[in-house]
Design a protein around this ligand. Structure first.
Ligand SMILES: C[S@@+](CC[C@H](N)C(=O)[O-])C[C@H]1O[C@@H](n2cnc3c(N)ncnc32)[C@H](O)[C@@H]1O
Length: 313
């Protein structure tokens, strides 16, 4: 598909980041969008650390989605565009990337980052992942890195990705696996909830960081969304930083779900929560720094139809 054709595909809703959603409903509550707007500068500022943390998973995701030179790629919940840069590089000048996100502030950063890197093959679209509004069958591949688990209705999000793919097109999502393999997140959530005076939450409740981690859950959703050849791979992704304090600094400025829990506390109460988190996170200190264990699930599926192809003809 040419640049002109991609523009046409999205002409009804293609925006400069910062525009409104027009008359389309958003599925996620407005508070979620506002929190990600607030977390946007922090997420962007930690781009180099996030890139290193997710480098292996990102390469695998691009491969599992079948992305290659010339691919037209839909990047859902793109954030500040770190994986968008990797996709734009891989598809090359004959390919196209449409980076979408719920948050105008973070999508503006994706647009700026990809433009600064010189990629003219990236467009942005302000869109809830559950209601993308893109033309059906317009993409060769669709990805969503660390976004789908935050959707109130992830099946709806997967159906949107499926609908956007041409027959034979591939999708790949990255989410956190179950709580016991992601002890830092488990610890952050339980400490934040305790300090906020809230009861423990069911980790599998929709919209939570660990909501899609139960073995088999995301595969079921891919199948229910209509995907074929569904397969999940686990990847260890330890977050390696100089200290527990550096990780906490990342969480404090970028991790919207934790900020949402602590949002109602005064400074002193929130400070006590952050202090306890840092103390508990220090168990992951190593002789060379700090290494927080994480495990990710990479799930791939294909829309039925013509054989998968990574290049445009
Ligand atoms: C953890 S960040 C990941 C960003 C990026 N994919 C990355 O890996 O760097 C989660 C992103 O999901 C977006 N998001 C959350 N809920 C969303 C929804 N319902 N629709 C679209 N984007 C959503 C947030 O705005 C945020 O940019």
């Amino acid at each position: 598909m040419t640049q002109k054709a991609l523009s046409t595909t999205c002409s009804a809703r293609r925006t400069q980041a910062g525009d409104s959603f027009g008359d389309r409903a958003t599925m996620a509550p407005p508070s979620v969008r506002a929190q990600w707007d607030q977390a946007a500068p922090g997420w962007d500022a930690h781009g180099p650390q996030i890139r290193a943390w997710l480098a292996r998973a990102t390469e695998a995701m691009l491969g599992m989605a079948g992305i290659g030179p010339g691919s037209r790629v839909l990047d859902v919940a793109a954030g500040a565009g770190d994986q968008t840069l990797a996709i734009a590089e891989r598809v090359g000048p004959t390919g196209q990337v449409l980076a979408t996100d719920l948050s105008p502030a973070i999508l503006a950063l994706a647009r700026d980052n990809t433009a600064r890197a010189g990629y003219v093959n990236v467009q942005t679209l302000l869109a809830d992942g559950e209601d993308l509004g893109v033309e059906p069958a317009g993409f060769d591949a669709a990805v969503c890195r660390l976004g789908l688990m935050l959707f109130p209705d992830p099946l709806r999000g997967l159906r949107e990705m499926h609908r956007a793919l041409r027959p034979g097109g591939g999708a790949c999502t990255v989410v956190f696996s179950q709580p016991e393999h992601n002890p830092c997140i488990t610890l952050l959530l339980s400490t934040a909830l305790k300090h906020a005076g809230l009861p423990p939450r069911d980790p599998s409740a929709p919209g939570g960081l660990l909501s899609l981690g139960r073995p088999g859950r995301i595969d079921e959703l891919f199948v229910a969304a209509g995907f074929e050849e569904v397969a999940t791979t686990r990847i260890d992704a330890p977050f390696q930083l100089p200290s527990a304090g550096a990780y906490l600094e990342f969480v404090r400025s970028s991790a919207s779900p934790i900020q949402q829990i602590l949002g109602g506390l005064d400074d002193a109460a929130a400070g006590a929560a952050w202090a306890e988190m840092e103390e508990r996170l220090s168990v992951f200190t190593t002789s060379t720094g700090w290494s927080g264990p994480n495990e990710l699930l990479l799930t791939a599926g294909r829309r039925a139809g013509a054989a998968a192809s990574t290049t445009r003809r």
